[in-house]
Write a protein that binds this ligand. Structure first.
Ligand code: PAN
Ligand code: ZN
Length: 176
C-alpha cells in the first residue's frame, strides 16, 4: 500500500517540478518500449514520454505526464493508451503546458477527442480508453487524477489499437 501525502499541495504550470520531485515513481517510455504502437518504427532510443506518479492519497491517484514533441513518420508522439480495468473508474486530465489531444474510445467502437491547452480539463468517463497526443511544437505536460482502484488494461489497445490516429498532413493536424 502506498503512503498518502501528509500535507495538501497545489500543482501549477510554474511549480510542477516540485510535484515531480515528490513522486515515488518515474517511468520513461522510449521508442523501443512502444513497438507496434506507431505505424512506422520509432527510433528505439528516442524518449517519447515520461510519467511521474505520486503516492496515492487514499482513493485518489495523481500523475504528471510529459510528452515530448516529435513524430514517428507523420504520426505525433503519443502515449500507449489504455482502458481502466475497473468499469466504474473514469479519469480527469488537466493540461498545464503545450498543445495536445486526448483521443478516447469505448469497447463498442464509439470515439471522441478533446483538444488540450493550458487550463483545459478533460473528463474521461468510465469505459472510455484514453491516449494523449502531443500536437504542439514544445513539450506537452498534463496532470491526471484517477481512482486508486482503476487498474490499467494496456493489452486491449496493444492488440487492437485505437480506431483513430492523429497525424500531420501538409502542416495540418488530422484525425484519420
Ligand atoms: C495517465 C497515463 C499516462 C501515460 O496517468 O497513465 O498519461 O499513458 P499510458 O499509461 O497510456 O502509457 C492515466 O491515464 N492514468 O490512468
Ligand atoms: Zn487512465
Amino acid at each position: 500500500m502506498k503512503k498518502a501525502p501528509e500535507q495538501p499541495y497545489g500543482v501549477s504550470p510554474k511549480n510542477y517540478p516540485e510535484f515531480m520531485a515528490r513522486c515515488s515513481e518515474h517511468m520513461v517510455r522510449k521508442g523501443k518500449d512502444m513497438a507496434g504502437y506507431f505505424l512506422q518504427p520509432a527510433d528505439p532510443e528516442a524518449v517519447i514520454y515520461e510519467v511521474y506518479e505520486a503516492d496515492c492519497a487514499g482513493n485518489t491517484c495523481t500523475a504528471l505526464t510529459i510528452l515530448k514533441p516529435g513524430k514517428v513518420g507523420n504520426e505525433y508522439f503519443m502515449t500507449k493508451g489504455h482502458f481502466h480495468e475497473d468499469a466504474e473508474s473514469g479519469e480527469t486530465y488537466v493540461c498545464l503546458k503545450g498543445k495536445g489531444m486526448v483521443i478516447m474510445q469505448t469497447r463498442d467502437g464509439a470515439t471522441d477527442e478533446i483538444i488540450l491547452e493550458p487550463g483545459t480539463v478533460a473528463c474521461i468517463p468510465p469505459g472510455w480508453a484514453h491516449r494523449t497526443i502531443n500536437i504542439g511544437k514544445g513539450e506537452f505536460i498534463m496532470m491526471a487524477v484517477f481512482p486508486a482502484n482503476s487498474g490499467h488494461d494496456y493489452v486491449s489497445i496493444q492488440e487492437r489499437g485505437f480506431i483513430k490516429r492523429v497525424v500531420e498532413e501538409s502542416g495540418q493536424t488530422k484525425i484519420i
